[in-house]
Design a protein around this ligand. Sequence first.
Ligand code: C2E
Ligand code: MG
Ligand code: MG
Ligand code: MG
Length: 292
Amino acid sequence: DQAKELHVAVAAYDSAHDASSTDHLALPAELYDALTAEDQLVLVLQPEVDLQTGAPTGVEALIRWKHPRRGTLNPNDFIDTIEHGELLAPFTRYVLDRALAAAADWAGHGLDLPVSVNVSARSLLDATLPAQVADALRRHRLGAGRLVLEITESVAVSDQEVVDEVIAALREMGVQISVDDFGTGFSSLSFVTRVTVDELKVDRSFVTDMTDSAAAAAVVRGAVELGARLGARVVAEGVETADQRAALLALGCTSAQGYHFSRPLPADKIVAALNQLAQAAPPKVIPLRADG
Ligand code: C2E
Ligand code: MG
Ligand code: MG
Ligand code: MG
């Protein structure tokens, strides 16, 4: 079972690392505790919206570690340690399970929105991942179309063929595939030539700079055009201002995420926030005036 599997993983990790060498932030034992304890690893949820109307189109799940002594840790403080350790597989399953539970909850409130889950490219070296995803979807009674996997190529993976096959199998099931942080990292462009993707998530850095930098704006425009040619949705990350929203709309971008629309929220706040965004949204097509 999962607890036993974790024990084996921790033992393997411990023997491979000298635990006494440093007081490293994310000791394997602490991660083990976090994965087995109630509510230490929690997901916050950030709406994705239609840029024009502000209506929600999906929700991204983002991990936080409520560390018993260190306070709330952001993923940048510990994802690296997880990615390079033996706990990656159980961590990925944990996040998937919690994210699908959240999606089942808002589906129960009548909100038909997919959940986006971040997975590191390394998780896709596991050929059993598609079966695990299918099992998790069944447990939460959700169709595969309700799941978007955001893939970050933060590190070059050793076996690209396996990764491509796992992605193809997931897509075959109906799971949507998104390229996270598009425009940065190892090989976003070659990635879209190897696998079919449903979404490009334009990295926040380009969105931040696009109103001051013609080059950054050109990258965003390029992503929008590429998305159109690939038949992939283009989502702009990290939209913080009305000016950025307007600039993105002018370039033909249709979806966005960022503090301008909503911060990431705790799970118990997300349904109300999604309903509020949906209500605030003006109709997408402004009807002709009857007397016009
Ligand atoms: P990401 O997937 O690109 O997620 C977007 C990040 O931008 C999130 O940071 C989010 O909180 C932040 N963000 C959203 N809107 C704005 C904005 O308007 N302004 C600014 N300044 N930031 C904004 P977070 O939650 O710290 O996550 C950082 C990264 O950690 C994520 O980047 C993702 O690559 C990784 N990550 C998060 N959760 C998970 C997870 O469950 N599993 C894995 N493998 N990686 C995760
Ligand atoms: Mg993401
Ligand atoms: Mg991203
Ligand atoms: Mg990013």
